[in-house]
Design a protein around this ligand. Structure first.
Ligand code: FAD
Length: 301
């Protein structure tokens, strides 16, 4: 890793941090350390870095805002790449182009300011544009698949390419990128509609209040743990199994929303994982539903 660190410094790839505590980069606030975290300045620096990592066979992963990942308590012996410098936002009539590192929440407020409707669903999703495009983040019967017209990606061959909505194979919390994690989203183009600013604001505010009332936002979490099965609510199934408030170490099934697991204090990543598995198995035994986990485990093997 020393050679990689020197390479990053020598080639001015971007801000570099070493031995970072992953608690500070994930919304669950759990996980071990990562050897290297780097913020490439632009796409050319990103390509240069990836060429080196591929050549040296070094593990890497793009990290958005860490709101859908669970790193293990072990050291991540690789390079985490954060695209915070990809932060351009351009609004042209109803079309927004936003870098992968832009906050989805901030983008939804920029859309409101421009009087554009269609992104209200995203105003409570604490991810980056790249992370949202990757997992087709959504809420209130809408998702990125409805509004993304195209994205700019870096392919595994390190070529910059445009993928259109039809190429992205958007489904419920799933996309082409999710199945092809070697593609990196650099930028997304979103098409919205002109709307009434007051109505957009009201809708966002109503939903914000609803989230505050129904979700344990005062604790670290990564949002809903399980996908809702067809015609059912994961939260209701978990509640029916009397698991609300159940805990393993510092990880606890929220009393407020059973499909949230919260870090109630000093949870370890293993507490969170063990609790997720326990809830999954209990629901399966008692109801027959094989709940699908929405969050991603990283560095567990
Ligand atoms: C309180 C709370 C509420 C939430 N509510 C919702 C909700 O209503 N709806 C919903 O869908 N989700 C929700 N989430 C989950 C989460 O915010 C979303 O899944 C979000 O899209 C994840 O984005 P991120 O930037 O944090 O991605 P990360 O968690 O950092 O990464 C997730 C995956 O995306 C990949 N990735 C990230 N950026 C890129 C990129 N540029 N190119 C390629 N791959 C990339 C990562 O490698 C990783 O595999 C919630 C989370 C919290 C904490």
């Amino acid at each position: 890793m020393k050679e990689i660190v020197n390479f990053i410094k020598k080639n001015g790839i971007g801000q570099l941090k070493q031995d970072v505590n992953l608690k500070n980069y994930t919304t669950y606030k759990v996980g071990g350390t990562a050897k290297v975290l780097v913020y490439p300045k632009d796409v050319n620096k990103l390509i240069l870095l990836l060429e080196k990592l591929n050549k040296e066979n070094v593990n890497y992963k793009v990290l958005g805002f860490g709101s859908n990942v669970i790193f293990s308590d072990k050291t991540y012996d690789g390079v985490l790449i954060k695209l915070d410098c990809f932060d351009d936002v351009k609004i042209n009539d109803t079309v927004i182009t936003a870098g992968a590192g832009v906050s989805l929440v901030k983008l939804s407020y920029a859309a409101l300011k421009a009087g554009l409707t269609g992104l209200e669903f995203a105003s409570g999703i604490p991810g980056s544009v790249g992370g949202a495009v990757f997992m087709n983040a959504g809420a209130y019967k809408s998702d990125m698949g409805y509004i993304v017209s195209e994205i700019k990606v870096l392919t595994p061959e390190l070529e910059v390419k445009t993928l259109y909505n039809k190429d992205l194979n958007y489904k419920y919390r799933s996309s082409f990128l999710k199945h092809n994690p070697n593609y990196i989203c650099l930028e997304a183009t979103i098409v919205l509609r002109h709307g009434d600013k007051a109505l957009i604001k009201e809708l966002m505010e109503t939903r914000r209040q609803k989230r505050l009332m129904t979700q344990p936002l005062e604790y670290p979490s990564a949002g809903s743990v399980f996908r809702n099965p067809e015609g059912e609510f994961a939260g209701k199934l978990i509640e029916d199994c009397k698991l609300k408030g159940f805990n393993i170490g510092g990880a606890k099934v929220s009393e407020k929303h059973a499909n949230f697991i919260i870090n109630s204090g000093n949870a370890k990543a293993s507490d969170v994982r063990n609790l997720i598995m326990y809830v999954h198995d209990t629901v399966k035994d008692k109801t027959g539903y094989d709940l699908k986990i929405e969050q991603e485990f990283v560095n567990w093997e």
